[in-house]
Design a protein around this ligand. Structure first.
Ligand code: THU
Length: 165
């Protein structure tokens, strides 16, 4: 028997420490929480992808009464990006979450962004990985009011991932 270990290194930046173009990407993800359709969870997620041509493709979570038909912000964004620009590398994705759950009704909008970043669900990791495996690393920026976690790739969020068959 051989024991192996998996470690993930990532960085946490203050929002103001980010490069201007990364702040722009995070701001786009935050803004996209406003377009979320989340009448069931009331948890609004936004995602913004920096494409290789410098443009930004956006997405938000879209829920549905048939719960399994809904989709997360990250998949909305990466499917949209691939549909609009097939084959174009996705360089970075920023993700932000906003909810009034656990806040008073009159809490300022900005305070309703999560303090701690949320991280993509397993299905979104797998979906993003497909584009990363094909077109190169996608840096992941997870926005929280307490700091922005930056991971170098989707694979770093999905060790022992499935890519080929
Ligand atoms: N959600 C996302 O859009 N992205 C994530 O990373 C986690 C969860 C959505 C799915 C559902 O609409 C709501 O948040 C609550 O789980």
């Amino acid at each position: 028997m051989e024991e192996r270990k998996i470690e993930t290194n990532y960085k946490v930046f203050g929002y103001d420490e980010l490069a201007a173009e990364d702040r722009e990407l995070v701001d786009a993800a935050k803004a996209m929480t406003r377009t979320s359709h989340a009448p069931y969870s009331k948890f609004h997620v936004g995602a913004a992808i920096r494409m290789a041509n410098g443009g930004i493709v956006r997405g938000s979570n879209q829920e549905n009464a048939a719960f399994s038909s809904g989709t997360c912000a990250e998949r909305t964004a990466c499917f949209q990006a691939s549909a609009l620009y097939p084959g174009m590398p996705m360089r970075k994705i920023a993700i932000a979450a906003w909810t009034r759950l656990h806040h008073p009704e009159d809490a300022p909008e900005e305070l309703c962004f999560q303090n701690k970043p949320i991280s993509p669900c397993g299905s979104c990791r797998q979906a993003l990985l497909e584009y990363e495996a094909a077109y190169g690393p996608i840096e992941v920026l997870l926005y929280g009011r307490d700091g922005v976690a930056v991971l170098p790739s989707v694979a770093s969020l999905l060790p022992l991932c499935f890519t080929t068959f």
